[in-house]
Design a binder for this molecule. Structure first.
Ligand SMILES: *[C@@H]1O[C@H](CO)[C@@H](O)[C@H](O)[C@H]1NC(C)=O
Ligand SMILES: *[C@@H]1O[C@H](CO)[C@@H](O)[C@H](O)[C@H]1NC(C)=O
Ligand SMILES: *[C@@H]1O[C@H](CO)[C@@H](O)[C@H](O)[C@H]1NC(C)=O
Ligand SMILES: *[C@@H]1O[C@H](CO)[C@@H](O)[C@H](O)[C@H]1NC(C)=O
Ligand SMILES: *[C@@H]1O[C@H](CO)[C@@H](O)[C@H](O)[C@H]1NC(C)=O
Ligand SMILES: *[C@@H]1O[C@H](CO)[C@@H](O)[C@H](O)[C@H]1NC(C)=O
Ligand SMILES: *[C@@H]1O[C@H](CO)[C@@H](O)[C@H](O)[C@H]1NC(C)=O
Ligand SMILES: *[C@@H]1O[C@H](CO)[C@@H](O)[C@H](O)[C@H]1NC(C)=O
Ligand SMILES: *[C@@H]1O[C@H](CO)[C@@H](O)[C@H](O)[C@H]1NC(C)=O
Ligand SMILES: *[C@@H]1O[C@H](CO)[C@@H](O)[C@H](O)[C@H]1NC(C)=O
Ligand SMILES: *[C@@H]1O[C@H](CO)[C@@H](O)[C@H](O)[C@H]1NC(C)=O
Ligand SMILES: *[C@@H]1O[C@H](CO)[C@@H](O)[C@H](O)[C@H]1NC(C)=O
Length: 590
């Protein structure tokens, strides 16, 4: 299980000292170092990306409204950015950690993120956003705990367990990149990891000897909140625990209406909390399984993650066959119906002491409609590329808002089409010119051959509809207009569509992407640029003092002393000094 991060420092903030309006919310500080370590999760030694020496990385456990300060040290041999999907970075796309909003952190540099987890609760994870690095690790859970004054919509669990599942290749991220650059498909993964470990040897033919597997220790009769994140490359995984019901309680920051599932399909990038009661007789341990979906089960048998649920009074090892996956060969709608059965608990308190509510989103008039169509990868100018609406995105050399701030012309184009282009596909720097305070409908039409995960940074959206076939206006009649789940990553089935509604109240530039790493790497992403026409620093924070410069603004970047003498970093206000000032001010007030 991942380590729990302890706060280095936690104190009441004196707003004046920073000159920012973060109010009197606590600051929590973290120090992270990303580096390579060698491990053998599937029995083959390979270099993976560790965070502070661990794989997966440490768990962040912060509280609603905390101001989170994370100093990220890049000890890799390539550029780095950490992104925090689902964490809304309100007014601060400067902190989002994707190439359209941040210059990358070069090797041996460090960069300090600072953002507030304003009005948020729930289960998320962080990961390195560049160049397929997530396929090599660098991820960990990011938990936002509710404030004590806000009631949970369930009894306080007896424990909190994080499980990171994901498909895995024994080739490292640079080798995977080489394959994609050569126009090849990544092919079948070599396995599924659970918390960075390979499968328990449930079958001596399929699983080699000597693989370290994950064991989750529990006590009989207790109920645990089990948070499951799919951190993988591209495979949807069916998650299940032998003989145990999964009572779904939360997904990506919103409480759900509570329903039992024997298994749930978890798509790449998605996070869920289940309440699981240890109500079995412990005649043996139980299997925890994450198996590949929407692929040929007989070919992909060895691509199955298996961990062990061990009761403290267990009488023996888990044995026999794994619990069955859904038997839906003849029912292509099974998974889709399951997805649409996930509803928001509109009467529970969320981050605030009042119901999450539906805000009557179903009766708000839509201001703009966008269709985003994905097609299978195609060759454009001799390179394999993936597209939305016929455009394969090329990252600007100068991040978008930085280009705006310093009037860099031509860094990007505001011409992303709201409908698929009919001409030949092309690569471009096109972003969406979205309207502040608009209420938009986005139809994700998946004409690719694989199930996709779609993610939007900076926002949560209502997942109002999902079906097979080509979307038509008539489909609006079938939208869930009352208790659709509000989340930030949704699946889109091949040959099908998913419709989402989004209220554009967060100023900045926000990434929209295929969460499937290969498609994302090949250009299946864009950004929404949302600007308050009466701009002031109450709707969007100014660039932070430590903002990195690159591209057309590279000459503005002050050098950073690498490694050894981190204390002599030039140019930026010293964070530790500021904190000392805050601390002494706090003490003098006390
Ligand atoms: C916001 O703008 C006002 C007026 O220009 C300025 O006084 C204030 O310092 C700014 N606040 C921040 C957080 O930049
Ligand atoms: C990745 O794998 C390639 C080929 O196996 C190897 O040359 C390279 O050193 C590895 N890189 C890292 C960072 O592990
Ligand atoms: C990570 O490692 C750094 C340096 O070794 C240490 O100062 C910090 O406390 C660690 N952070 C966490 C979250 O464990
Ligand atoms: C997070 O911290 C809170 C106390 O602030 C604690 O009650 C909770 O169990 C912790 N959760 C995790 C996942 O560590
Ligand atoms: C790098 O880390 C040091 C502390 O180790 C900090 O003072 C400095 O602000 C950081 N640099 C950036 C650009 O965040
Ligand atoms: C192990 O897997 C192989 C290959 O699928 C299968 O033939 C065999 O029956 C399995 N063994 C057990 C004990 O389930
Ligand atoms: C879920 O299943 C458990 C047994 O595992 C049962 O006690 C509980 O009542 C069920 N809850 C719902 C909402 O169906
Ligand atoms: C425990 O439960 C299993 C599965 O439900 C059952 O087969 C077994 O007989 C039970 N054992 C005892 C000791 O109750
Ligand atoms: C799955 O793969 C096996 C082995 O190649 C093949 O025999 C079978 O027809 C495939 N099943 C489907 C549904 O494609
Ligand atoms: C939505 O649009 C309809 C017709 O265009 C209009 O009658 C209605 O007042 C609008 N509703 C809201 C909430 O603006
Ligand atoms: C972006 O949209 C706004 C209206 O929302 C419009 O005024 C502006 O001209 C558009 N910009 C471009 C470059 O199309
Ligand atoms: C996209 O898929 C739909 C539904 O399967 C199909 O009707 C349509 O022709 C496809 N369009 C393209 C451009 O491939």
């Amino acid at each position: 299980m991942a380590l729990s991060v302890s706060y280095m420092l936690r104190l009441v903030h004196i707003a004046l000292l920073f000159g920012l309006c973060f109010a009197a919310d606590p600051f929590v500080n973290f120090e992270l170092e990303l580096s390579y370590i060698t491990v053998s999760p599937l029995g083959v030694p390979q270099q993976v990306i560790a965070v502070n020496g661990t794989f997966p990385g440490p768990t962040f456990n912060v509280t609603t409204n905390d101001n989170v300060v994370v100093n990220v040290n890049n000890k890799l041999d390539e550029n780095l950015l950490i992104t925090w999907p689902g964490v809304q970075m309100r007014r601060a796309s400067w902190q989002d950690g994707v190439l359209g909003t941040n210059c990358p952190i070069p090797p041996n540099w460090n960069w300090t993120y600072q953002f507030q987890v304003k009005d948020q609760i729930g289960s998320f994870f962080y990961f390195p956003s560049l160049n397929l690095q997530r396929a090599a690790g660098g991820f960990g859970s990011f938990i936002i705990t509710n404030r004590k004054i806000i009631p949970l919509p369930f009894s306080t669990p007896d424990g909190d367990i994080n499980i990171m599942i994901g498909d895995w290749y024994t080739r490292n991220h640079t080798a995977l990149r080489t394959d994609l650059d050569a126009g090849k498909d990544l092919g079948m993964p070599d396995g599924v990891l659970i918390n960075g470990k390979g499968p328990y040897r449930y079958n001596t033919t399929l699983v080699p000897d000597g693989i370290d597997y994950e064991t989750i220790n529990v006590d009989p009769g207790k109920t645990y909140r089990i948070r499951v994140h799919n951190v993988g490359v591209s495979t949807c995984l069916n998650f299940r625990i032998q003989n145990h019901n999964l009572l779904l309680a939360e997904t990506e920051g919103y409480y759900t209406s509570q329903q039992n599932y024997t298994s749930l399909d978890i798509h790449v990038g998605q996070s869920y909390s289940f309440l699981v009661t240890m109500d079995q007789n412990a005649s043996s341990d139980y299997y925890i399984v994450a198996s590949a979906r929407f692929v040929n089960q007989s070919l992909w048998q060895s691509v199955t993650g298996v961990a062990v649920l061990h009761y403290s009074n267990s009488k023996g090892k888990a044995a026999g066959s794994l619990p069955d996956p859904p038997n839906d060969v003849y029912d292509t709608s099974f998974s889709l119906n399951q997805a649409m059965s996930i509803r928001q608990n509109v009467s529970a308190s969320g981050a605030r002491p009042n119901p999450q509510g539906s805000f009557h989103y179903g009766s708000i008039n839509v201001t703009d409609v966008y269709m985003l169509r994905s097609l299978p990868p195609v060759v454009i100018d001799g390179k394999l590329r993936a597209t939305f609406n016929g455009i394969s995105f090329v990252n600007p050399d100068t991040p978008i808002r930085l280009a705006d701030k310093f009037n860099v012309q031509g860094a990007y184009k505001l011409d992303f089409p709201s409908q698929p282009l009919t001409g030949p596909p092309r690569t471009d720097r096109s972003v969406i010119n979205a309207t502040y305070k608009g209420f938009i409908e986005v139809i994700l039409q998946n004409n690719d051959t694989v199930v996709q995960s779609f993610h939007m940074d900076g926002y949560s959206f209502f997942v109002v509809g999902m079906a097979y076939g080509e979307w038509t206006e008539n489909n609006r009649n079938s939208y869930n207009k009352w208790d659709a789940i509000f989340r930030s990553t949704t699946q889109v089935f091949p040959g099908g569509w998913t419709a989402i509604l989004v209220s554009l109240d967060n100023v900045g530039v926000w990434n929209l992407r295929a969460e499937n790493l290969d498609r994302w790497y090949l250009g299946q992403e864009t950004y929404m640029r949302i600007i308050n026409p009466h701009e002031d620093n109450t709707t969007e924070l100014d660039a932070p003092n430590n903002v990195l410069y690159c591209g057309a603004l590279a000459s503005m970047q002050k050098p950073q002393k690498t490694s050894t003498s981190a204390s002599t970093v030039s140019g930026q206000p010293k964070l530790s000094l500021v904190l000392l000032m805050v601390l002494s001010a706090a003490i003098s007030i006390l």
